[in-house]
Design a protein around this ligand. Structure first.
Ligand code: FES
Ligand code: FE2
Length: 350
């Protein structure tokens, strides 16, 4: 069976919003999160969040039930304290003894981008946080949606966002129409840029927007690898609205989606209405997406039947298979250039 998780470990994934971290009792964590089947603790030490393995190496109490103390995360069981590199720097029961070098917990690459904490478990490839064009664009008003956890693997969640033939069925009246079930078959490009690689395609919806907040217009899709979708909706009158999402892989059958909606128009309008349209769309998607079995997308060819109207999904799956194969061969690592982009370029040549 093709295993994608080893490849996913090389990429950056969101684990919590800054506001979730700020909502902890201390305002700086600790906050337990889970990524690729690993329990992690996020905590702000010395002014910046860091993610570590959520386990004290002494007697395995979760560090997420501890507290921040003088720039360290202190375990509540016997008081060992860990710095932001995961090193134990204090063993209160042995104040005069040297601290064993093995007394450290794993600390992972952690950055804040888009008011969200991102973590990379394997730092051996030069991957970057996927771009979000709208965030920081002064012409656009950007709203962060509440993250949501669904019992489905992250690739299935992403694939649903770029599945053009489901609009007519699942979103009859909101994004599509059952009277118009034949979607266009777009050209799908792979582009290798400075920030890794992405798939791109465009889609012209067959229906008119049902109301003022609906995201229905010419849609330009970018999919920075491997679990992000950035859609620009370009209206005839020059307005632009964006929908950006990334699915964070909690385990092979569970993901947490982080998302933003942005707009150049209606800047003083009711933000809740713009978020509510997404709630409507999500409520339409959830019963089908969360009833896909198995919950993890099968990457082995032949397990599910594809047809020509699944072109985007076929290209996406091909790309994930190549990533999984590259990771299995150790080809995602390396020191020269952009290994990830190179893998994709090789795939294009074949
Ligand atoms: S279990 Fe953490 S200090 Fe003993
Ligand atoms: Fe949908």
């Amino acid at each position: 069976m093709i295993d994608l998780d080893a490849a996913l470990a090389h990429f950056w994934h969101p684990v919590c919003t800054l506001s979730e971290l700020r909502s902890t009792d201390s305002g700086v964590g600790p906050l337990p999160v889970r990524l690729l089947e690993q329990d992690l603790v996020v905590v702000e030490l010395d002014g910046a969040p860091v993610a570590m393995a959520d386990r004290c190496v002494h007697r395995s109490t979760r560090l997420s039930v501890g507290w921040v103390d003088d720039g360290c995360l202190r375990c509540p069981y016997h008081g060992w304290a860990y710095d932001r590199d995961g090193r134990c720097v204090d063993i209160p029961a042995m104040p005069d003894a040297p601290i064993p070098p093995k007394a450290r917990t794993a600390a992972f690459d952690t950055v804040v981008a888009y008011d969200t904490v991102w973590v990379r478990l394997d730092s051996s490839s030069d991957t970057v946080v996927p771009a979000c064009d709208a965030f920081g664009d002064e012409e656009m008003k950007t709203l962060q949606g509440d993250p949501y956890t669904w019992p489905v693997g992250a690739p299935r969640r992403v694939e649903n966002f770029v599945d053009l033939s489901h609009f007519a069925w699942v979103h009859d009246g909101s994004l599509g129409s059952r009277e118009l079930p034949v979607p266009p078959i777009p050209e799908v490009e792979r582009v290798c840029g400075d920030h890794g690689a992405e798939l791109r395609f465009a889609f012209d919806p067959p229906i008119e927007p049902p109301d003022d907040v609906a995201l229905v217009a010419r849609s330009e899709y970018r999919m920075p690898m491997p679990l992000t979708v950035d859609i620009h909706f370009l209206y005839d009158d020059g307005r632009r609205r964006d929908l950006w999402m990334t699915a964070s892989p909690i385990d092979p059958g569970t993901c947490r989606t982080f998302w933003f909606v942005s707009r150049t128009d209606d800047l003083d309008g009711d933000d809740r209405a713009h978020l509510a349209f997404q709630d409507l769309v999500l409520a339409e998607d959830e019963p089908v997406v969360c009833n896909q079995v198995p919950r993890a997308m099968p990457l082995d060819p032949g397990v599910e039947v594809s047809v020509r109207s699944d072109k985007v999904s076929i290209e996406y799956r091909r790309w994930l298979r190549e990533l999984a194969a590259a990771a299995a061969e150790g080809a995602l690592g390396g020191a020269l250039g952009s290994p990830v982009a190179r893998v994709v370029a090789d795939g294009l040549a074949s």
